[in-house]
Design a protein around this ligand. Structure first.
Ligand SMILES: Nc1ncnc2c1ncn2[C@@H]1O[C@H](COP(=O)(O)OP(=O)(O)OP(=O)(O)O)[C@@H](O)[C@H]1O
Ligand SMILES: [Mg+2]
Length: 295
């Protein structure tokens, strides 16, 4: 199977091409989002795709969207057979990879929930003893579970490098009430998914959500609880102090750390073995999420 790296729908103008997803305008109120097989790490898109990744991401996101009741979401149609023309004429590009969503006015923050100390949170903690301005107890270890999950915002930057910021920055930009509601929704969704995944032997270490406004309502948008937006760890082999076995992009990040790539120049192609292993991990987490909802 060849990876789908670029989507071209004849006669339809693309509205936006993100690192992983491409957006088309359906009508005044709706967008079509296609998940490609592109993969990004450290904010760079790789020349090598992961065949079938977009389909896996789309399936995982849609399962969560159907089941999360904490807040409304943007999905309008996830069944390709019900797509309007001209989109319905392109099953080879869109089937199982695309959704029609409500167009929203995006809130330009990534809303992150962290249950464990890892990634940029761990880096921040080692340098400052805090994460996004939240002071933590001393002597915490890598991958340690936090007493309570933290809400930490990051600003969405056009350059692609999102920046972790203290809650005060979000309050100042969005107002007290909206910032509070985003934090509450983020933590409630995180806790809901964390508890369900725990029963499938998965630790949800952290995850990131995006929200938007439509008709004065806050709506959950983008993708949810996928291996592109979350860290999923194997519960059985988890040991505090060590980097956990994970079903997400970590395998690629770890591989890249063994190369000479400086994260500031065009990224290198990925070896077959890394591609295969990544597909396996993404498939594994799809199966676990399907098991969550299979009864
Ligand atoms: N319902 C929606 N209304 C408006 N924008 C949306 C909606 N759902 C998702 N988006 C936006 O669509 C894009 C999805 O593409 P992708 O995730 O590949 O982008 P990205 O590389 O992460 O870029 P960005 O930094 O712009 O989010 C994102 O910019 C996301 O914010
Ligand atoms: Mg994105």
């Amino acid at each position: 199977m060849e990876p789908l790296l670029t989507v071209k729908i004849p006669g339809v103008k693309k509205r936006y091409s993100g690192k992983v997803r491409d957006l088309y305008t359906v009508d005044k109120e709706h967008l079509l989002i296609v998940s490609t097989d592109r993969i990004s790490a450290f904010d760079h898109v790789f020349p090598t795709g992961i065949p079938g990744k977009g389909i896996i991401l789309n399936k995982i996101s849609n399962l969560w969207f159907k089941n999360i009741k904490v807040i409304k979401n943007h999905i309008v149609e996830d069944n390709f057979d019900n797509f309007p023309k001209p989109f319905r004429d392109f099953p080879e590009l869109l089937k199982d990879r695309a959704v029609i969503v409500r167009k929203t006015e995006r809130i330009d923050f990534e809303c992150i929930a962290r249950g464990y100390l890892i990634g940029t949170g761990w880096k921040d903690y080692q340098e400052t003893g805090s994460v996004c301005g939240i002071t933590l107890p001393p002597d915490l270890q890598l991958a340690q579970k936090l007493d309570a999950p933290l809400f930490t915002p990051a600003t969405k930057e056009d350059t692609g490098h999102d920046i972790n910021v203290p809650m005060e920055v979000m309050r100042a930009r969005l107002g007290e009430e909206l910032a509070y509601r985003l934090g509450e929704s983020t933590l409630r969704i995180y806790e809901y998914a964390r508890d369900l995944l725990d029963r499938q032997g998965i630790i949800l270490a952290d995850t990131k959500f995006e929200f938007g406004f439509a008709d004065n309502e806050i709506i959950l948008i983008d993708e949810v609880l996928t291996p592109d937006s979350s860290r999923f760890w194997d519960k059985e082999s988890y040991r505090v102090g060590t980097s956990p076995v994970s079903f997400d992009k970590q395998y690629i990040r770890d591989y890249l750390e063994t190369t000479t790539w400086d994260k500031n120049s065009p990224p290198p192609p990925l070896p077959d073995e890394i591609v295969m292993k990544t597909i396996e991990k993404y498939e594994e987490i799809l199966h676990r999420v399907e098991s969550v909802f299979s009864r």
